[in-house]
Each structure stands twice: as C-alpha cells, then as structure tokens.
Design a binder for this molecule. Sequence first.
Ligand SMILES: C[S@@+](CC[C@H](N)C(=O)[O-])C[C@H]1O[C@@H](n2cnc3c(N)ncnc32)[C@H](O)[C@@H]1O
Length: 489
Amino acid sequence: MEDEDAANLESFLQWATELGISDSNPSTTLSEEESRRSSCLGHSLVIAHFPDAGGRGLAAARDIRKGELILIVPKGVLMTSESFMMKDSKLSGSIKRHSTLSSTQILSVALLNEVNKGKSSWWYLYLKQLPRSYDILAGFNQFEIQALQMDDAIWVAERAAVKAKLEWEKATKLMVELNFKPALLTLPAWLWASATISTRTMHIPWDDAGCLCPVGDFFNYAAPGDESCDFKTLGNCPEQIELLDGRAERLVDAGYDGYRDAYCFYARRSYKEKEQVLLSYGMYTNLELLEHYGFLLNENPNDKAFIPLEGDMYSLCPWPQELLYINQHGKPSFALLSTLRLWATPPNRRRSVGHIAYSGEQVSAENEITVMAWIVKKCCDILENLNTTPQEDKLLLRTIDKIQHFLPVETEKLPPTCISELRTFSESNGVTDLENFPKICMSRKARKAIFRWRLAINWRYDYKRRLMNCISYCNQIIDDIRCEHGSTM
Ligand SMILES: C[S@@+](CC[C@H](N)C(=O)[O-])C[C@H]1O[C@@H](n2cnc3c(N)ncnc32)[C@H](O)[C@@H]1O
C-alpha cells in the first residue's frame, strides 16, 4: 500500500511538472543540475510528513527568505467550476438547467462528476491524492456532536450537518441526470465532496466556491499572528508587493495573480531547510477550524470562548456579538468588559458614564468588582452544568490515547461520567464489553470515529480551560481592587 501511494505521488508530481507547476521563481537563474530536475518540487519545497502538524505537508528544500515566491500553479491546472465545464460539455449543459444551485454545490457536483469518470478524468492523478475521508463537523454523528457538550458548539455542528444534507438533496436531480454511479449519489459521497471543497479550496476572484489547486493544497495551516508587512524584508521581493491585501499593511501569502495567470505562493516568514512551510488559510477560532477544516490547534492566538449573556446585555453592546468573548489566556475581550461595565451601572447613570465604559476604562472600583464577580459566577455555572469536569476530560483523553495505541483500558480507575461516555461510544461502535475496548481500533471506521470523538473532547477541554483561566483572571482583579481599596469593597 505504501509503495502504491509512493508510486501514485510520483506520477502525480510528474503530471504537475508537465503542466507547469513549479517551485522555482522564473526570474531566478537555476543551476544546470536544477534545470535538469524532472520534478516540479525540489528547488524550494519538498513533500514531507508532519505527524503533529497536519500530516502530509510541504517542507523547505533550502533556507527560504520571507516574501520569496515559492510555488506557482498555472491557471490551466486549477480545478474550478469553469474549468470543469470547459472540459465537459454534458456537465456544462446540465448545470445550466439547474440555475438555483449555489456555486459550492456546482463545484461539488463537478468534482464528483470527475470522480465518476474514473481513470478517464483529466484530473485522475490529482484526484488520487485527495484524502479518502475528512473530520469536519458536517460529518460528525450524533454521539460525536453531543461530545462537544456546549450548546453553541452543538448548534454549529448540527447546522453544518443539516446544511450539507439539504444541499445534497437539492443537487441529487442533477447528479442523476449526469448518470453518477449509485455510490456517488449517496450522502457520504456528497459529504466527501463538500469536505474536499471546504478543506482545500483557495480564493479566486471570479468564483465564490474557490478553486482546487494541485500541489498548492499540500500546504498545512498556521494561524495568522502579527505578521504585518515588513517592507524592508520585502525590498528584495517586489512581486510580493502585488499581493498586499489592498490595505498595504497586510501580507497575503497566497493568491491568484492575473499578471502571471497563475496561483502564486509566497513565504510568509523565513524558513530553515526541512522546516514545514505553512500557509494561513485565514483567521479562525478552534471551533471554526473544526467546522471548516476538521482539526484544532493547541495554541491558537485567534481562539475565542463565548459565554451566554443576558438579553439586556446585548442591547448595550454597540459592537458585533463575535467581539464578546474570552481570549485564549482567559482574559475577557475589550467589548465584553465595556458592555458588562455599562450593564453593571444603574440605568439612570449609563448615559453619563457611557463614554468611559466604551473607551475601555474602569467605571469605578465597585463596578469593576460587580463585573468580575458576574463573569466568575457565569463561568462557574457553565462548568458545573457540563457533563464532565476538565479533569475528567483529561482522563478521557489519556484513555483514548491508550485505546489508539491498543493498550488495555483500566476502566475501574475511571469516574462514572467517563465510563458512561466510554460505554456510549463503544456501544455505538458495536462493542458491548468494555474489556474488549482496544479491539474496536482494528477497523479503519472505528479508528476514524475515535479520532473524531477525541477532537470533540479536545475542543470542550480547551473551552473549559479558557473559562478556568478566566475565573482566575477575574478573581485576581477582585483581590487587587480589594487590596487597593480595603476589604470593605
Ligand atoms: C489544504 S489541506 C493540507 C494538506 C493535507 N495535510 C494533505 O495531506 O493533503 C488541509 C487539511 O490539512 C490538515 N491540516 C492542515 N493544517 C493542519 C494543522 N496545523 N494541524 C492539523 N491538521 C492540519 C487538515 O486536515 C486540513 O483539513
């Protein structure tokens, strides 16, 4: 199987090379040896495996400077609804008769249409490189969704599943017209196609659904941090300036370049040889990464924990609700604090102190204590009402580690909540006897189910840790104020 995968990858890279995909900047003079190279990779990038950071990905083939052009994928190789239709008049004619389908539905049908062609598809070698399954929320079953525990997260997952099913139902007539094989008319096939699009497409200006970009879609993700454009570093890379995101201070590491007629990828920072070269797909919280990409980051600077507020609080907030959150270190956001400070002010004084609250200043020591105490109580209430404590989640994660490594599970040492969740998981995978637990890892399907269950527990554990950090943060502020103003506060 590994030999077969390696052979498939080699054929794919040969195909990509013939079609003009290249990791060399055309304006760079290559050595004779490099010019003879038969692969589109090897000058700037090589395919490598990163078990803890996305699996298959691209590593630096040499030291790379920030801003360097590292990969070019010509327009002709991009898979877009337009390019699919150009190569297939039957598809194009049928799609015209289904004008109510969204651009993403059309791209999903077009992708499945290529899979339906098997070896005769022009993109066959690329299609063989696509993952066989995905872990995005739309594919979670009820048990996996409930394992998220938080109502908001459960709602996001259920919405994703319902949306995918509705889109599939609406596209079925077109897929029947196109004579898809029965297996490709099913919901699992649709979920595969829409997950391929969700996890791998890149933005193009002429189609909202984006494009699939062979080789370019091997880049794994790093969250955008503080990478404002450093013009001094870019001095040697004038082409990068063209990809500044309109506002001239934001560096975009990939984009369609109309001048080159190609998708171009630039290094967002400097890399040492063999380091993984990463791409920022956008700014996402961990729940959004799970929803759209099927993974979580241990350290995500853009992660946010939301807590439900009282109805009258929202009416005092002039900012969008997404700004009312607790950050990854447990600190309430500027908008959340400002809103709560105003809410904790008697209604007849709100007008006069509004400008203080909205500028992010404390209204008074007393007001600050009320706000911090409210947040502490809210976080404690949420934590108490969830099925498991963070410590129990940690135990479950350790237990899952054992299961994944085929080690025996000592259920007698686990608290009842963990046993109950283990039992529900095992029953939903056809094992009634917990002693036999490790055996269920034998099947690929069960391994995937365990992986998704682990993702859900990981997400809720991170959420709870943020709330606990927030409780410590707010209690510390209360203590500091009391210390400063005396314990009567
Ligand atoms: C565009 S693909 C990247 C290439 C992919 N690893 C492959 O083998 O084809 C995006 C997918 O890679 C995985 N991925 C990307 N970045 C990741 C990261 N930092 N941690 C874990 N998984 C990641 C996720 O499964 C995601 O949906």
